[in-house]
Design a protein around this ligand. Sequence first.
Ligand SMILES: *[C@@H]1O[C@H](CO)[C@@H](O)[C@H](O)[C@H]1NC(C)=O
Ligand SMILES: *[C@@H]1O[C@H](CO)[C@@H](O)[C@H](O)[C@H]1NC(C)=O
Length: 302
Amino acid sequence: MFRKLAAIATLFLAALRAVHRGLDSIPASTLTPFTDFGENPNDVQMYVYKPAHVAANPALLVAIHYCSGTAQGYFSRSKFAQLAETYGYVVIYPSSPHPDTCWDVSSDATLTHDGGSDSLSIANAARHAVACWDVAPARVFALGTSSGAMMTAVLAGAYPDIFAAGVVDSGVAFGCFALPGAAEDSWSARCAAGELVRTGAAWAAEVAAAYAGYGGAYPRMQVWHGTADATLHLQNFYEQIKQWTTVFGYAATPVSNVSEAALPSGYSNATFGPRLQAILAQGVGHTVPLFEQQYLEFFGIA
Ligand SMILES: *[C@@H]1O[C@H](CO)[C@@H](O)[C@H](O)[C@H]1NC(C)=O
Ligand SMILES: *[C@@H]1O[C@H](CO)[C@@H](O)[C@H](O)[C@H]1NC(C)=O
């Protein structure tokens, strides 16, 4: 009897805590820091944007900034928050803890499921949103630009159980920046220069090794790259295509490759199957501008 009462009291307290940490505790329509979302090895700062009207079981966007950027910068220079007011989803903006404010996409820890470093912090923030904010577990999405694009690929490979889809704006394949033994957040000059050319099978093996024993689906991917990218060589676009077509079991050549009325001329949209689109922007450098509406359509939000 006593034990039962104690158990009920514990449940009640846990429920109270969950309510207190719920979305209600977050002010609407302003970028707000939040803490206590789980293990956070490098002390990544997390921010959330909750629109005035949150959809029931909302979708979650994790929007990840570029090097020398910040959560606030990505927030103010993109339309994700503004569009959240229309569509009712919630946005998390992580902010890099490293001096160059790039993300650690090079260490073994960050490239391994629950292995630690920045990717674990972002994964834990997403888990927190599902556990405490009523976010729909099947509608958790990642997107990012440059270093944030690379982190999006890292999350897709190491946390496929959390993320349903990812948009990579001017990034690289999962594992391309891997520099085991080097300091976290190291720069892979070879990957950036497009010198890491591998088979699809080799790239897919890197993804499989990130979460050994995982048997579920991998996130749907939409990859954007400019042909004149002088920071992350164009070759990285084609390496990503090799990687994800192999992961999804798609043919190496697209099913369709067309221009889109909604995109600038010179953009081609190659579709390899329902889980992979690769958009190439002729003459565009680093980085391809954001196409928020198209990302939301890909996520099934808009
Ligand atoms: C799609 O077509 C463009 C030319 O229109 C080409 O440059 C690009 O490489 C093609 N994309 C893929 C993924 O093959
Ligand atoms: C690319 O083409 C596919 C297939 O037609 C379409 O579903 C998708 O919306 C297109 N993507 C963009 C960004 O236009």
